[in-house]
Design a protein around this ligand. Structure first.
Ligand code: CA
Length: 236
């Protein structure tokens, strides 16, 4: 069964033809798709009922993609793919730390979009819906429950996006070893064109801030200049 089968996808896109093409591809793959053309409509709709994934255009009438993503991230970790018309825009978006899980540039092929939607939903699907009793992974003050897609740091729940959760897992699997940005990119995105190493930097920065918020002075991720990152809790 496709990872998309029966999943609810919201397309927020003001170019109607483009939105219709995307919808047709996703529906053909088994998704239930809603399309909104105005940013303000999306803002309201997302507050009322959350889809399993959002394809979010950056430039929209009314509230733009930035505003929608910010608002959404204040209460939800639903996977978001941000769509922009300019590749140069992506660096700026990453700098804003919106918490989007992936970025796609126009023009794109609908097949490529479909592949990325599948990849994100496949991950989310595994976490949320595979039954069973896989034990929570404990690493000192960190507790990770993959089945529930939950993590706690010193007892405090961490609100992680799917990308941050995968990043954390990648680091945990190699404690004390330095992982390059390229290696981390491979692990946090199933399929993608590499946009920029800054993608990783941006996600790591967000992840570290969440650890710090949970317990000040406890950031367990070390940055190795010019190389990458490693998992090394203070005192370890
Ligand atoms: Ca647009």
């Amino acid at each position: 069964m496709s990872a998309i089968q029966g999943r609810r996808v919201l397309i927020v896109e003001d170019e109607r033809k483009l939105a219709a093409v995307l919808r047709d591809y996703l529906v053909a793959d088994g998704a239930e798709v809603d399309v909104l053309h105005h940013g303000d409509d999306a803002l309201v709709a997302l507050r009322q009922s959350q889809p399993d994934l959002v394809l979010l255009d950056l430039m929209l009438p009314g509230t733009d993609g930035l505003g929608i993503c910010r608002d959404l991230r204040s209460y939800s970790t639903v996977p978001v793919i941000m769509v922009t018309a300019r590749v140069e825009e992506i660096d700026r978006l990453l700098g804003l730390e919106l918490g989007a899980d992936d970025y796609i540039c126009k023009p794109f092929s609908p097949r490529e979009v479909l592949a990325r939607v599948r990849a994100l939903l496949r991950r989310a699907h595994v976490w949320q819906e595979v039954p069973g009793a896989a034990p929570a992974v404990a690493s000192g003050p960190l507790q990770v429950d993959e089945e529930r897609f939950e993590a706690r740091w010193h007892g405090q729940p961490l609100e992680l996006t799917p990308v941050e959760f995968r990043l954390l897992k990648a680091l945990l699997e190699r404690p004390g070893r330095v992982l390059s940005r390229a290696r981390l990119l491979e692990q946090i995105y199933l399929d993608h064109r590499v946009v920029s190493d800054r993608t990783v930097d941006s996600h790591v920065k967000n992840l570290r801030r969440k650890f710090e918020d949970a317990r000040p002075g406890s950031d367990p991720i070390r940055s190795i200049y010019g190389v990458g990152y490693k998992w090394e809790p203070p005192g370890a």
